[in-house]
Design a protein. Sequence first.
Length: 278
Amino acid sequence: MAALSLKFVEKPWGVERLPPPFAGRGEGRKIGEIWFEPPAQLPELLIKYIFTSENLSVQVHPTDRQTLLKGLGRQGKEECWLVVAAEPGAKLGMGFDAPLAPGALRAAAQDGSIEHRLTWHSVSPGDFFYIPANTVHAIGAGVTVVEIQQNSDITYRLYDYGRPRSLHLEDGVAVARAEPYDADRWHKHIAFGEQQPAGNMSLVEKPYFRLDFVEDSVPASLSARYAEAPLLIVPLAGEATVGGVRGLPGECLVAPDLATLSLAEGARALLAQPLNRA
């Protein structure tokens, strides 16, 4: 198995100098995202790195049911973020301090106050957030995150800080749940930035994909959950090997099954697998 191909995506809020393990690549452009091109056997998931020098737009994604009702097919998007680097004061925005009615949400998007009504969470390396569809959200400046998402390109921008890009107020307001984000349910923290073993952790188990953080070795308890089906491996530190092919940080490997994966001592990786496959 070979590492997946990379796609460097320019964004107005991107960075001119990429951090390790991508340092020296994409020079002369503002790279905001690096995508791992989904393999033919796992088209349902998209994994990317996101790099920010400015705040991203305030946005929301629909569910599969909502896109099916609009005749767009299964194009819903649930996603999650793992913070791997964060400057002092870096924040992620999810949900609102208090519920907003649709009219109030639309007005806040139009006058810019939506930025201040969002709940902004201070973050550090190891913070993990799951973002259900219909959650209004934004990534702040000065962070690097790994994002795992349903492979959909539908994003409804509600507010973009005056940048000359299209907004999608009617579609966005129609699908948004303008309410507080349930951090107790959706937020976790991996201690991999600290001077201690991080330990294995289940991050997502349903409904659209499962995601695990593993360190040093793959626990036998994961064999039944992942079964004999393809999965994606994202090395975060050290070396992962799939069928004799080495994977290092900044790469993503596709594995035919979990049994083909091995981790070097000190290695850390994410394991991702789609669920409810069509």
